[in-house]
Design a protein around this ligand. Structure first.
Ligand code: URA
Length: 431
């Protein structure tokens, strides 16, 4: 079999067999099939799609490209969560410690930034020293010892997805339902999750812009889960405007820590409580969502969730003094509060434009392996539906480059659409 034939078959809209997909995924994992062929193939998949059968075969090939973790000797039920990617989505940084503090151990394998959407690993690495590269033994031991792990894909788990994910980020091949579904589900299957909560984002700042696309992605992931013998629950959440206020790595960690300390933006806190409640029900720690939510609220108000977060930071060699005193985080050189240039109701705060502007500032990558600038990003002060007076603060730019700061000012200003008439606020979740 030749890689080029697999690419041509997909280019010609053919249905790849399980053997062809396994050959391609294995070749990519070992390095025999180079990045440029995988990029061409990914573009063909993006343009021509995949049947559900192909998507399942791709998922299983990627899940089996490395080890499959068995956590049954460490936890009674392995529950995991994953978001399909958004702007300002720092949910994992709050939900993991909240549910762990409620007695539900959770070991999560997260990703880096992808296109305009941020990545949990890039965010958590804002904490000096925090190590995301854990061995399988370390992962299991830490889960057993403290009930919380946040790791990257350098574990020998779904290495094919790790490589493909980095390539998709810089080749314009992120927005493909089969590639997203197989990316998420291969990681979850490899990480040994028995029950999985998927937060599928929908809107301008999500890979799925319409509810129909989000439902298709969610249905596909539920089906893959069933075939792999995993329980999958999906939520559809709004990503038209950024979640919370902070967009950018350190800024998002600060907002997550604030939320764990009982403060934080109302929409973000509410989102985290809802996701936590679902996880607690899935993990059989709460009988229903109301009880789960109460447990999550208590974990925050009692400080036990923050303690869990600190335990996580210490266990993975992060400097926990930065969590205790967040003023220690390095700040960007240029901080500018941009004020509203008119009065009116906000009709749109375009998360896609803001996410792309954050990448341009340096919060994300232009090329595979580029470093990220942890300090840069935005605080978005207002939400859709708010009435804003002229000259009130609209957003704050954190930049390390004057020219990029000026570009970001223009770009992010264009993310705001105004209305003279009242505009309803956006829902957090869709049914
Ligand atoms: N999250 C992932 O892990 N993979 C994707 O492709 C998109 C979001």
């Amino acid at each position: 079999m030749r890689a080029v034939d697999v690419i041509i078959k997909k280019r010609e809209k053919g249905e790849l067999t399980s053997d062809e997909l396994k050959f391609f995924v294995d070749g990519f994992t070992t390095g025999e099939i180079p990045d440029y062929q995988v990029s061409a193939w990914a573009m063909a998949v993006l343009l021509n799609g995949m049947t559900p059968r192909e998507t399942v075969a791709l998922t299983l090939a990627m899940a089996h490209s490395g080890e499959i973790l068995d956590l049954s000797d460490v936890v009674d039920i392995a529950v995991d969560k994953h978001s399909s990617g958004g702007v300002g989505d720092k949910t994992t940084l709050v939900v993991l410690p909240v549910v762990a503090a409620c007695g539900l151990p959770v070991g999560k394998m997260s990703g880096r930034g992808l296109g305009f959407s941020g990545g949990t690993l890039d965010k958590i690495e804002s904490i000096p020293g925090f190590r995301v590269n854990l061995s399988t033994d370390e992962f299991k031991q830490q889960l057993k010892d403290i009930g919380i792990v946040l790791a990257g894909q350098s574990l020998d788990l779904a290495p094919a997805d790790g490589k493909l994910y980095a390539l998709r980020d810089v080749t314009g091949t992120v927005q493909s339902i089969p590639l997203i579904a197989s990316s998420i589900m291969s990681k979850k299957i490899a990480a040994g999750a028995q029950a999985i909560l998927l937060d599928v984002k929908v809107g301008l700042g999500a890979f799925m812009e319409t509810l129909a696309e989000a439902r298709a992605l969610s249905g596909l992931m539920v089906d893959i889960g069933k075939l792999a013998g995993r329980q999958v629950v999906t939520l559809l959440s709004d990503m038209n405007q950024p979640l919370g206020q902070a967009v950018g790595n350190t800024l998002e960690v600060l907002e997550a820590v604030d939320t764990l300390k009982g403060a934080g933006p109302a929409d973000f806190r509410e989102h985290c409580l809802h996701v936590s409640a679902h996880m607690l029900v899935l993990g059989r720690r709460a009988p229903d969502l109301i009880a789960g939510r109460r447990m999550a609220e208590l974990a925050i108000s009692s400080g036990t969730a923050l303690k869990k977060f600190c335990l996580l930071v210490v266990a993975q060699d992060g400097d926990v003094s930065f969590v205790d005193d967040t003023r220690k985080f390095p700040v960007a050189q240029f901080i500018e509060v941009v004020k509203a240039n008119q009065s009116g109701y906000l009709a749109e705060v375009n998360a896609r434009i803001i996410g792309e502007a954050a990448v341009t500032l340096g919060a994300g990558r232009a090329k595979k392996g580029d470093p990220v600038d942890h300090a840069v990003g935005f605080i978005i002060h207002r939400k859709v539906g708010d009435f804003v007076e002229k000259n009130q603060p609209l957003f704050t730019i954190h930049a390390n480059d004057k020219a990029k700061q000026a570009e970001a000012r223009e770009t992010v200003m264009s993310a705001f659409k105004w209305s003279a008439q009242p505009v309803p606020s956006l829902p957090l979740f869709y049914s």
